[in-house]
Write a protein that binds this ligand. Structure first.
Ligand SMILES: Cc1ncc(C[n+]2csc(CCOP(=O)(O)OP(=O)(O)O)c2C)c(N)n1
Length: 596
């Protein structure tokens, strides 16, 4: 039988080593689905409950595997559903290719059923490459280019294939006028910096007395080099949210997260530094970086279009992080005055003690921080962790200690609700032999997570390590926003928008054949983690957490604290609980520490 365009698409994906495609069916891609049947499901079609979830799964897969993620959807509504996941990929710089159907060419422009102008729809999200295949000879170039562009630009791209084109007999581009050939694969260069730029960087860093390093996800492959540079310069290392797993938290000079979800040592380091080295980070909140003019600053980034715009940097070095730091190290002079570093290390150790103490503050019924701190000491070395957007992202950033080969990610820039469970699924498909852990608010579970537990039910028996633990912060509140309203707008909790219905998440899990456990007493947390981390199937921990524990950063400004207080005074329904928990938590910072 002659090969159809749809067969060739799958063949080409296999040739690119694409092993999984996260998708959802529809008649806009019927030709493709039939080809999947003929191809014995290679690459594997992973069926999500919703196209947004398929896109999130492709993003999670790409984030945890380092490979390109691929998702597929039908025309019109299916393509529209993909959008939020594709924007997540765009904003966090993740390579994802979307393959979508379109109505037949004969109907195009006729306001036909499910006909949406997909090139316009995807124009912004897939701005690096969006193209429609209208004849078979166009296919290899368009598909290959979408994959290569996604990888080269670390961005989403989209390929639109009308339903009738999928059914055409495939014929390759010929050696003729107006034909575009294509080829597989790509060998990436290591972009090394010029000697002169390295010398200038060394001069700036050697002149610094109080050097602060900000490491982002672009420093993940430069872990050893960042540590060595920090050691020579006597510097501290703060981490952007997406770089949380880049540099381990058990190093005494790693100050942890930075920003609204950040730590006090990171905040203070940036406040006092005289030199700033940014490695592979696009951290946008300049108010958490040193004052403009306070520091001589260098940024190293592989992408010239994302450099020099977060801090007034003196030197913008477009190159690979590891090669640049390796070239720099022989030119760096060891900072003999270790007082800055010693001071930072003391702050870091005090901070961790504070975090442990805050997690042990009693709450009603469970302090959410304790859910995270109990895991920190139990995290398997090869764990992959994700958190949904909501209060969980705060505790993920501040409470969890990543060491060894642990990986972690979340929707760092779009900060969308809903990717927690899909990221966990994407991670399990990336590394079925590693345990995955997801933290999700009850709002996020009701939005997407509960539906995707059904996807977990569908696939978990195929994973060689069945452990996927989903910890639900069950507080019956859209808590992060409730707190943002109190702290940022001085507005009391608006029950009608913030309160969410009660659901038994553990019972839902067990109804699907997964393990489920409800936890209402903090002393059950440790044993529950132990059980879930040795379970023979995925587990949902339904943890009844206290919405009155404030996710406000410990370095909250006076204005924010004042606004929160005003909001409470205006008649917030939870005011007494909030005041009690807020004061108890805050007090932990001022109690004397062992090293203090
Ligand atoms: C798609 C989307 N809708 C709304 C928001 C705004 N938002 C951010 S966090 C949050 C609350 C999350 O509530 P929940 O999942 O219950 O977690 P909690 O903060 O209560 O722990 C909301 C509504 C968002 N970021 N993304």
């Amino acid at each position: 039988m002659a090969e159809k365009v749809a067969d060739h698409i799958l063949r080409r994906l296999r040739e690119w080593d694409v092993e999984k495609v996260f998708g959802y069916a529809g008649d806009g891609i019927n030709g493709l689905l039939a080809a999947w049947g003929r191809a014995e499901n290679k690459p594997m079609f992973v069926q999500a409950r919703h196209e947004e979830m398929a896109a999130f799964e492709a993003v999670g897969y790409a984030k945890f595997s380092g490979k390109v993620g691929v998702c597929a959807a039908t025309s019109g509504p299916g393509a529209i559903h993909l959008l939020n996941g594709l924007y997540d990929a765009k904003l966090d710089h993740v390579p994802v290719v979307a393959i979508v159907g379109q109505t037949a060419r004969s109907a195009m422009g006729g306001s036909y059923q499910q006909e949406v102008d997909l090139q316009t729809l995807f124009k912004d999200v897939a701005s690096d490459y969006v193209q429609m295949v209208t004849v078979p000879e166009q296919l290899p170039n368009v598909l290959d280019r979408a994959i290569r562009t996604a990888m080269a630009e670390r961005a989403p791209t989209a390929v639109i294939i009308p339903a009738d084109v999928q059914e055409l007999e495939y014929s390759p581009p010929t050696h003729e006028f107006k034909m575009v050939p294509s080829s597989l694969g790509i060998d990436w260069p290591k972009v090394t910096p010029e000697d002169d730029a390295v010398r200038r960087a060394a001069e700036i860093l050697n002149a610094g007395e109080k050097v602060a390093i900000l490491a982002g996800q672009g420093s993940r492959d430069a872990r050893a080099e960042v540590i060595e540079v920090a050691d020579i310069l006597g510097a501290g290392v703060a981490k952007a949210l997406l770089g949380k797993d880049a540099i381990p938290d058990d190093l005494p000079f790693v100050t942890g997260a930075i920003g609204l979800l950040g730590t006090r040592p990171s905040y203070e380091m940036m406040h006092d530094a005289d030199t700033l080295l940014i490695v592979g980070s696009n951290f946008p909140y300049s108010q958490f970086l040193p004052e403009y003019g306070q520091c001589r600053a260098i940024q190293i980034d592989i992408d010239g279009s994302f450099i020099g715009m977060r801090y007034p940097t003196e030197l913008n070095l477009v190159a690979d992080a590891a090669s640049t730091l390796r070239a720099l190290i022989p030119l760096l002079e060891r900072n003999q005055d270790r007082s800055w570093r010693n001071d930072l290390e003391k702050k870091v150790s005090d901070w961790w003690e504070t975090m442990d103490a805050e997690a042990m503050v009693e709450a009603d019924p469970i302090n959410p921080m304790r859910l995270f701190s109990e895991l920190s000491t139990r995290l398997p070395d090869d764990a992959m962790v994700s958190a949904d957007s909501g209060s969980a992202a705060n505790w993920y950033a501040r409470q969890l200690r990543f060491t060894g080969n642990m990986r972690g990610s979340l929707s760092g820039t779009l900060a969308t609700m809903g990717p927690g469970v899909p990221y966990g699924i994407g991670a399990k498909f990336a590394h079925p032999n590693r345990p995955a852990i997801v933290f999700a608010g009850d709002g996020a579970m009701q939005m997407n997570g509960l539906a995707e537990l059904i996807t977990v039910k569908l696939y978990w028996e195929q994973w060689s390590d069945p452990r996927l633990v989903i910890a639900v912060l069950h507080n019956n509140d859209l808590n992060q926003v409730t707190w943002e309203m109190r702290a940022m707008s001085g507005a009391p909790k608006f029950e009608e928008s913030q309160r969410i219905p009660d659901v038994d998440y553990a019972a839902f899990a067990t109804s699907l054949g997964l393990a489920g456990r409800t936890i209402t007493d903090p002393s059950q947390l440790g044993p529950a983690w132990d059980e879930a981390l040795s379970a023979d199937r995925p587990t949902v921990l339904d943890v009844h957490t206290d919405p009155n524990v404030p996710p406000i950063p410990p370095h909250a400004t006076y204005e924010q604290v004042k606004d929160a207080a005003l909001a409470l005074a205006k008649g917030d329904v939870d005011r007494w609980g909030v005041i009690k928990e807020g004061l108890k938590t805050k007090a932990q910072e001022f109690l004397p520490r062992r090293n203090g």
